[in-house]
Design a binder for this molecule. Sequence first.
Ligand code: ARG
Length: 467
Amino acid sequence: MGYESDKPWGGRFKEPLDKKAEAFGASIHFDRRLAQEDIKGSIAHCSMLVKKGILTSGEGEKIIEGLQEIKKEILDGKFIFDPSLEDIHMNIEKRLTEKIGPLGGKLHTGRSRNDQVALDMHLYVKKEAREIERSIILLQQVLLELAEKYLDIIFPGYTHLQRAQPILFSHHLMAYFWMLQRDRQRFVETYQRADMMPLGAGALSGTGFPIDREEVASSLDFGNLYENSMDAVSDRDFVLDFLYSSSLVMMHLSRLSEELVLWSTREFSFIELGDAFTTGSSMMPQKKNPDIPELARGKTGRVYGNLLALLVVLKGLPLAYNKDMQEDKEPLFDTVDTIKNVLSLFADMLRGMTLHKERIEESVKNDFSVATELADYLARRGIPFREAHAAVGHLVRRALESKKLLGDFSEQELNQAHPLLALPEARALASPYKAVEAKKCRGGTAPEMVREQLRRAKEILQKGSIS
Ligand code: ARG
């Protein structure tokens, strides 16, 4: 056309873009991931332009046909992405004009890349939030299965990583179920927050064309639309919501990872992870390394980093669109990949884990974690709890000094610590099974309460996904 620049925006430029600047600004190598959302949005926009008489129906048909063909080319891997066309939006538009001629240029009527990219990101975040909610459910199902399978296993409960009180292993597992339940809810909220349609904001101020934003919103299944065009193109809160929700999932799985790593050490020997999810050492033939939980723990840092990266990018940006905002994509995509991988790996890995029941039982028995039960007993018999605590504490010290367990003391020795402790009913309490059974309050670890917990959890899962 006689212009010196070959860009879609090249009209006012005399010189072509510097090659290094072009490569620096290009996002096609990562935003091609938004291709399907971009086409979906363009079809909705085009249909609305036809409805409003801004394009003729003949024009609309040709444009939509062209877009459908491009969609197929991309799905078939035949589309050639050109970095000199910067991003996915211009790659698709260029291909459209190759296919249907200058008419392709009419698609962008009443639209800017600023509201276009915002729309793509909303569609993408909504889709992924939904998928992730489903992956979380699958992991919850595995935890529930395991909790049912191991309902009779008593396990040492820790605080400060010191044995504290016996619990049911199921109870421990179910703690993660409820964390994931909150994670699910967070993704549902993430979905709802992303459910806002930005198109029509134009570059920043709206558009003078008589468009119908409600029409576009409803055809793309959006529940709401932005009330302010400046906000519509500047907002990336919904991406941050997604990154934060993901960070919490990773934090939960990282805590579980740490436990799996610990439990599978020779020192603990509580569990063994399946061969399919562990690796050996190239030098030490005996090694079986818990790479997957270790790496999940490590990747938590990367997911946090993605959240922080975008927070920092957005900090201090003036309204409305700034090119900085292109930096929202890689952290998002990286987080999506990481969290989906980790969620699905964990579901399979946990299913294949074995428990060393004897070793767990031994560690619960050879222990003082029933001490609280004895102190509670004294307190129930009217002894001030502090006094009870001190009496049992002394007994523990004596036991440690004489290499005994609390159950090994004679009646006389117990009598010395506190006369009430020598009573048969008190001595019967010095059992981890009794300690667990006693925790009958709602949310406690008594078997009947854990069964109740499992029932509630099952009910929740039966309701299916929320988003
Ligand atoms: N690739 C850009 C991004 O991801 C699209 C929007 C560009 N808009 C612009 N005026 N340069 O943010």
